[in-house]
Ligand binder design. Structure first.
Ligand code: CA
Length: 185
């Protein structure tokens, strides 16, 4: 399935160029011309990447950036006509992952988009890698499965939760009550 990219940009010719280039690069592209509409669309389609204009007529791009990072985990490229250091810092501290100054070279935008998506892909793959503990236990988080010396161990959901909780908190002692409270028995 192609990765989804949402563009929020009020200047239609710019949104159009980006849409054209990214579609050609194989992405599924959505566009919005206003901040509120774009934010709504974002929550609906859950894109893999957001390209966000700094100056929008209704909501400031930086504010949208903050709203987005509070709600969902999506990489953001800020787009702006301004190029000063202060703006860049404000954008990055609001949660943007990258920054592109207008006028831009379409090929460069696509390269940056590809780089960010590849990085995200790697992070996700790593998160799904099985984890080894004490040489014997292998935890497959994505599958909710545990193996001991390579053999899958049958656990109830509560037992699984309990084991993961303890693996995540090595060298810590818990009282019975703390454990029961955590797994919600
Ligand atoms: Ca604008």
């Amino acid at each position: 399935m192609p990765e989804k990219i949402l563009i929020i940009e009020d200047e239609k010719p710019i949104a159009e160029i980006l849409r054209y280039g990214l579609k050609k690069a194989g992405y599924d592209v959505y566009t919005a011309y206003r901040g509120a509409e774009g934010f709504q669309l974002l929550l609906e389609i859950r894109p893999d990447l957001l390209i966000l204009d700094w100056m929008l007529p209704d909501i400031d791009g930086v504010d949208i950036c903050r709203m987005v990072t509070e709600q969902i985990n999506v990489p953001i490229i800020m787009l702006t006509a301004k190029g000063t250091m202060d703006d860049k810092l404000a954008g990055l501290s609001a949660g943007a992952d990258d920054y592109i100054t207008k006028p831009f070279d379409l090929r460069e935008v696509i390269l940056r988009v590809q780089a960010i998506l590849r990085r995200m892909d790697r992070v996700q793959k790593n998160a799904e890698e099985p984890e080894k503990y004490a040489g014997a236990i292998t935890l497959y988080r994505a599958e909710h499965r545990v193996a001991c010396h390579g053999e899958t161990v049958t656990l109830t959901p509560k037992e699984y939760e309990l084991l993961v909780y303890m693996l995540d908190n090595p060298k810590r002692t818990f009282t019975r009550d703390q454990l029961l409270e955590h797994v919600g028995i």
